[in-house]
Design a protein around this ligand. Sequence first.
Ligand SMILES: *Cc1c(COP(=O)(O)O)cnc(C)c1O
Length: 396
Amino acid sequence: MPSADETSVHRHADTALIHAGRTPAVFGGFVNTPVYRGSTILAESFDEWERGKRDSGGYGDYGRFGNPTTCALESAVAELERGYRAQVFPSGLSACTHTLTAFLKSGDHLLISDSVYGPTRTFADSVLKRFGVDVEYFDPIVGPGIRMQLRANTRVVFIESPGSHSMDILDVPAIADAAHARGAVVILDNSWASPLYFKPLALGVDVSVQAATKYLVGHSDALLGVATATERAWPQLVGSAHAFGETAGPDDVYLALRGLRTLGVRLRQHWQTGIMLAESLLNHPAVEAVLHPALPGHPGHDIWKRDFGGASGLFSIVLKPIEGATLAKVFRHLQLFGLGLSWGGYESLALPVGRPLRTASEWPYKGPLVRIHAGLEDPQDLMQDLHAALHQALKK
Ligand SMILES: *Cc1c(COP(=O)(O)O)cnc(C)c1O
């Protein structure tokens, strides 16, 4: 049950989506915050400049530190994540890598869950190792057992729940408790659920990262990232982001603000269609496993129910072992599911992943993994398309 403090401070997410980061009175009554393009912000006078901190409405003294457009998105996402403040980045990966770098130095130990987004792994294994960070992976379902892998110099625990492709659900409060007991900072990639269905900071996470490219933007027309921090973690995050010169283009930020307004209705539809497709594949003779945390049979289902407010449209299936040519046929027969990277847009996608890379845990399945994004098309049309493609490809 929410505390009195919570109910008075936090408005319903659907209401926050419409009103957060929006101040029409400041912009001549126009409903949407306009796109501010700019680098230089002129001082009113020599005196004002000399005083240093000009009253620019909190945007600082240079466009790189933000403008009314970026600040609108940052304050909206910070409210949805129930964090202190948020920082925009030019991509989701950039938000992940710069949040990691903000808290790490040479000689530190970094723990990463084994199913994080592949490029985050690549960054840790290439760049962070080169800078002297000791990178170690752990089994995503370790729970409180992570205690055994924490060391005196563990500075950061980086997690993602559900994990990319494998969709395993992490016990975030248990991991955060153990990490904090050793003085480590916890960073979580919250792209799958979006801040609408998962509030990592309330469960002990220090920084929540969004690939805003996915559900926040929601229309596959911009790349963007946002990281939201607690008050304690904020100075280090923003200090490092500014030192690196991180910012994002105002037009992309505007597209994220525009996408945000409909996130509630979109996500409910993605969720419903995703569940419907996943359930329809449960007893399919060609399917070895359906990996969707909102299905009661999923090993992480109880934790998902405890911690999440909903599901998005992204899940995976593992097909029974088949020849490459047969898998190719499945994709050739799909009419409505596009084949391409990313997800979170209005359109449905199917992606052949094969076998996810795991180095700290077992991958128990034999057949190829296919990741599915349920888009906003008619659910029955999608179901028909998917089942017809499987049928066509697998018929003798
Ligand atoms: C796509 C994705 C990212 C990276 O986002 P980009 O905007 O493409 O850089 C990070 N984390 C997860 C979980 C993702 O799916």
